[in-house]
Design a protein around this ligand. Sequence first.
Ligand code: GDP
Ligand code: IMO
Ligand code: MG
Length: 428
Amino acid sequence: MPALVIVGAQWGDEGKGKIVHYLSRGADFVVRYQGGNNAGHTVVFDGKKFALHLIPSGILFPGVHNVIGNGLVVSPKAFRDEVLMLQKRGVRSRGRLHLSLAAHVILPYHIYLDTLREEGGRGIGTTKKGIGPCYEDKVARIGIRVCDYLEPETFRALVTQNLNVRAAELSRIKPVKAIAEEVFKDYDELRKFLAPFACDTSELLAKARGAAKNLLLESAQGAMLDLDFGTYPFVTSSNPIAGGACVGSGIPPQAISRVMGVTKAYTTRVGLGPFPTEIDGKVATYIREKGGEYGTTTGRPRRIGWLDLPQLRSAIRFSGIDSLVMTKLDTLSNIHPIKVCTAYRYKGKKLTSFPVSRRAQLEVEPVYESFPGFSGDLSGVRKFSDLPSTARHYVEQVERLAGIPVSIVSVGQSREQTIVRDARTVWA
Ligand code: GDP
Ligand code: IMO
Ligand code: MG
């Protein structure tokens, strides 16, 4: 009954959705444990393409149960829209999608507050989905959970109280009364829609573990967007690292059997904040266009950079990553040479991991090593030994520099464009 955690090892968008869907074949339960619909996980199979924001990628695999854990912030409207989108495309969620009663709900005023702060001059480039303000309410102990949302009297009382608390700020957008009307406008319909999905998911997962079921825990975002370990304050408001999987799902630490970290063959980031290996110019444009590096959730162009080993080593440390999944190797084709940052130089010293200080994060100078590039179309390759020798060399050098194996290499968006190098590392 393994529990495998899949984390993003960079700044998000590493290809977690594709890999979780790939691994769902062996899973009984796929569990999201943090974040909300700020995530955008793209899954491509059988010529179909899905963009999931809130619902775990396992939903696209028939028979697999999916859990939205207590660690998430859930917009009831986004939840309903995603379930309906899936239904329209032939994917049923009823009976196999389980929403934690303890997850917090995102309401229209959270989205207003997020937008207001972003546009108020101190923005960090959030997705404006209300994620931060909703987690703020949770920590301030005024949050509204799914269980409260399902009780009309409790809900009404809590909303009234919260709108009072936030009145000064909110009234800069529109009268608080109008915002209250918006909150209650579709409430009955949304409440009835949500109710059949809601349950005590911690208990559900404990039973699943008792019945020796396989659990796959899917993170959103990535290590460097982690609230505690990322590039604070340019981070999200939850903990994508593997430790977050326990807090956000209610399974105990000793249940986790393996942690896999997903990394691109290069680096991207959306939103503001430090990014030591960022590049612009021809190579960046080539990678952005070839790799389709535009945000799944906001459509923003992603910032592009070389693979950053100090950053990756830190991500490995934060989550205890056992092995890596390297995605988008195909995108690096025709780039000569390929550079990798092996260390940073900062104030005359060599750093081999990501510094904590925001100033150091901005000022470190990457030290690069160059590797020979490769040409041709890698997307049809299915065996590691069939890759060009310089592509294999690149993967092996990353393993050496990271100190852990790359157990899966991905060479395209689609499910079958996946090279498993060591099957034992997947569900061991
Ligand atoms: P996530 O948020 O980590 O799930 O990643 P996103 O879905 O936001 O972004 C990753 C993008 O890369 C998606 O469009 C995927 O379909 C795509 N992708 C994943 N793996 C590969 C790969 O190996 N090669 C290529 N070319 N695209 C990939
Ligand atoms: P997936 O799961 C990439 C970034 C935003 C912003 C910061 C805070 O698809 O990898 P938030 O709306 O969370 O308060 O924004 O985090 N961000 C992501 N970047 N992928 C994501 O999710 C992200 N979710 C949030 O761009 O910089
Ligand atoms: Mg994404």
